[in-house]
Design a protein around this ligand. Structure first.
Ligand code: PLP
Length: 234
C-alpha cells in the first residue's frame, strides 16, 4: 500500500525527532547523520512526496529500477545511493546515476565500476559492505579481509572508497549494538591509513536508534517512512 503525502510527511517528522534525540543523547550533531530514504518497490510519486518535504538522498536496490526512477525524476536534485546486491553485468545501469554505491565487496565488482566510471569520466564513490555478523545469507566481506581488499583497490583511479556499510541481523535492536561497534572500530583502524574512509552506513528501521548511538553517518530507512513494502510476485 502506498502512503499518502501527509502520512509520509508525518513519518519523516517523527523520524527526524528520533534521530535528533538519539544523536543528542550521545553528544552527536544530528546534522552529521545523513538520512537515505530507501524506496525500493515504491513508485516514483512516493519519492517525489519525500523530495517535496526536503529529503534529497534516496536508496535503491535493483539496477533497472534505479535507472528507470533516475530517468523519471531526472529534473530533481536527487542523490542516488545503490544499496542492493550487485550483479556485475548490471553495473552499467548503476554507475551513470549513483552518487554512492554502498554495497561493493568483490574484486570483479570494483573492476567493473572502475571500467565504467573511467569510460564516462566519473569518480565513483563506493562503500565496502562488511558482513559483521557472519550470517551466511548476508552479503559483504568478512571483517578480517577488509584491509586487504582496500589495498587491492588502491590502483583504481576512478573509484574512491569513502566508507563501510553493514546490515545487522534482524533481531532485538539492542542486540545489534556490538555489530555496529565492530564496524566503527574497523573504520577507526582503516582511517589511520586511508583518511577518505569516513562514512559508516548502518541502521535501518529496526535498529537505527542504536546505530546512531554507535556512530552511524548514513541511515538507510524505508519502512519507517513509506510503510511496508509489497513485493511483486511473478
Ligand atoms: C531494504 C533495505 C533497507 C531499508 O530497510 P527498512 O527496514 O525498510 O528500513 C536498508 N538497507 C538495505 C541494504 C536494504 O536492502
Amino acid at each position: 500500500m502506498t502512503l499518502s503525502p501527509d502520512e509520509i510527511r508525518r513519518n519523516i517528522e517523527i523520524l527526524f525527532e528520533k534521530i535528533a534525540f538519539h544523536a543528542e543523547k550521545v553528544g552527536r550533531d544530528p546534522k552529521e547523520i545523513k538520512l537515505v530514504a530507501v524506496t525500493k518497490t515504491h513508485p516514483a510519486e512516493v519519492i517525489r512526496s519525500a523530495y517535496q518535504i526536503g529529503l534529497r538522498s534516496f536508496g535503491e536496490n535493483y539496477a533497472q529500477e534505479l535507472r528507470d526512477k533516475a530517468k523519471t525524476l531526472a529534473f530533481d536534485a536527487i542523490e542516488w545511493h545503490f544499496i542492493g546486491r550487485i550483479q556485475t553485468n548490471k553495473l552499467k545501469y548503476v554507475v551513470p546515476v549513483a552518487e554512492y554505491i554502498q554495497s561493493v565487496y568483490r574484486k570483479e565488482e570494483m573492476e567493473e565500476i572502475e571500467k565504467i566510471a573511467a569510460r564516462i569520466g566519473k569518480k565513483q564513490k563506493v562503500l565496502i559492505e562488511v558482513n559483521v555478523s557472519g550470517e551466511e545469507t548476508k552479503g559483504g566481506i568478512k571483517t578480517d579481509d577488509v584491509q586487504t581488499f582496500v589495498e587491492e583497490c588502491l590502483s583504481y583511479r576512478n573509484v574512491e572508497i569513502v566508507g563501510l556499510m553493514t546490515m545487522a541481523p534482524f533481531i532485538e535492536p539492542e542486540n545489534t549494538r556490538h555489530y555496529f561497534k565492530k564496524l566503527f572500530a574497523l573504520r577507526e583502524e582503516l582511517r589511520r591509513f586511508y583518511p577518505n574512509i569516513i562514512e559508516l552506513s548502518m541502521g535501518m528501521t529496526n535498529d537505527f536508534t542504536v546505530a546512531i548511538e554507535e556512530g552511524s553517518t548514513m541511515l538507510r530507512i524505508g519502512t519507517a517512512i513509506f510503510g511496508e513494502r509489497e513485493y511483486k510476485k511473478d
